[in-house]
Design a protein around this ligand. Sequence first.
Ligand code: NDP
Length: 446
Amino acid sequence: MSYITEVLQLVEKRNPGELEFHQAVKEVLESLEPVVERHPKYREHRILERITEPERVLMFRVPWLDDKGNVQVNRGFRIEMNSAIGPYKGGLRFHPTVYLGILKFLAFEQVFKNSLTTLMMGGGKGGSDFDPKGKSDNEVMRFCQSFMTELFRHIGAATDVPAGDIGVGGREIGFLFGQYKRLRNEFTGVLTGKGLNWGGSLIRPEATGYGATYFAQEMLATRNDSLQGKVCTVSGSGNVAQYTVEKVNELGGKCVTLSDSNGTIYDPKGIDAEKLAWVMDLKNRRRGRMKEYVDQFKGAEYKDGVRPWDAPCQCAFPSATQNEIDDDDAKTLVKNGCFVVSEGANMPSEPGAVDIFLENKVLYGPGKAANAGGVAVSGLEMAQNSQFLSWTREEVDQKLQHIMKSIHSNAFRTAAEYGQPGNYVVGANIAGFVKVADAMIDQGVV
Ligand code: NDP
């Protein structure tokens, strides 16, 4: 039995029922075959067994009072996956589907992604099955305070630095930071995605969407092409989706879809700056649903219960959630002429869909490379906090562009080095892995 198969079986046995974790580990480990064969040291040091086992898993009760005075109980988590190259770093997700399998997959992906950014960050992820949808601001605050009342003892600016993810935006980070500061009596960069006037970085909210767009631009440049004039589909309508639309517009493309968990809007005229401002207000302040878009903008249509992938496009930016593109969606995208997929979301394409993209020579940027801009600017926020300084918008954006370029060239070069030119899955996985694995060997059996 090959080393990879042995470890995959071990992971499935040790983590029963955690399907998303199995999926993420399988995708990464299978692409590591050539590097593990070329360098027996990884097997000798049992790196694959160690890198798939979290350094620490925290799971805790989060009790809170709703507005009617009723006691509610949620479950909180933090997965501290790997600290070989820096403090644990990764977002918090608040969504009813959250359980160990999803957070372990996200924490595992985060290890390789953070390694690719060139910054000193280990990998972690956390969250809760709490659903912020339909809750009042006061309920969200009481929940966040209770969540942090346990989490604060496990995190710190040099230990573990959480950020946002699905369901955790500026409002939640504010409540979490306030409670951390109160409990610890110190003002440190323990969370990223903070407000601008209390330690946040310019461009952090924009970073994941901008980064996924820069990554698409880099992939297109390898074929002497650009986003200019391209029709793009985007899924989701949250943080990542919004700033993807903003940057695609700036670079001369046209986005024709957005979605939420209820359905998709299709606007053949394109979601321009004015329409996007309306969407941002709808989603970030009024907390409404995408279907309201068609009452506001004539010529757009709303498709209930449907994902955006049947809309003809040249570039697709999945920016909602995991496994949102299945094999049929991938076939439809390719049939309709899509030749660029840049993943703002984590693991949005099912394994069969990835194969279809690769077989059809789609420029396919997997999430751990394409969406690394978010955590990269989180890393820059940590750097600014540690110096008690703030950089300008231009400075941070330039650094982000530089990092996205270097992630792209690293993945591109590594794929070619291992005999699979143009395969960013292999390139990103191997490049991300080698740095962490070598650091683990240097640091001994810990
Ligand atoms: P938000 O909470 O801001 O937005 C999430 C969007 O995705 C919403 O429109 C939401 O719709 C939709 N969505 C969530 N779950 C589902 C589902 N099960 N089915 C269909 N639609 C769904 O999150 P973000 O924009 O921050 O995150 C989006 C993706 O990007 C996630 O995969 C996240 O892990 C990834 N990511 C985010 C980073 C960041 O910096 N924020 C960094 C790197 C990756 P609804 O309102 O109906 O729930």
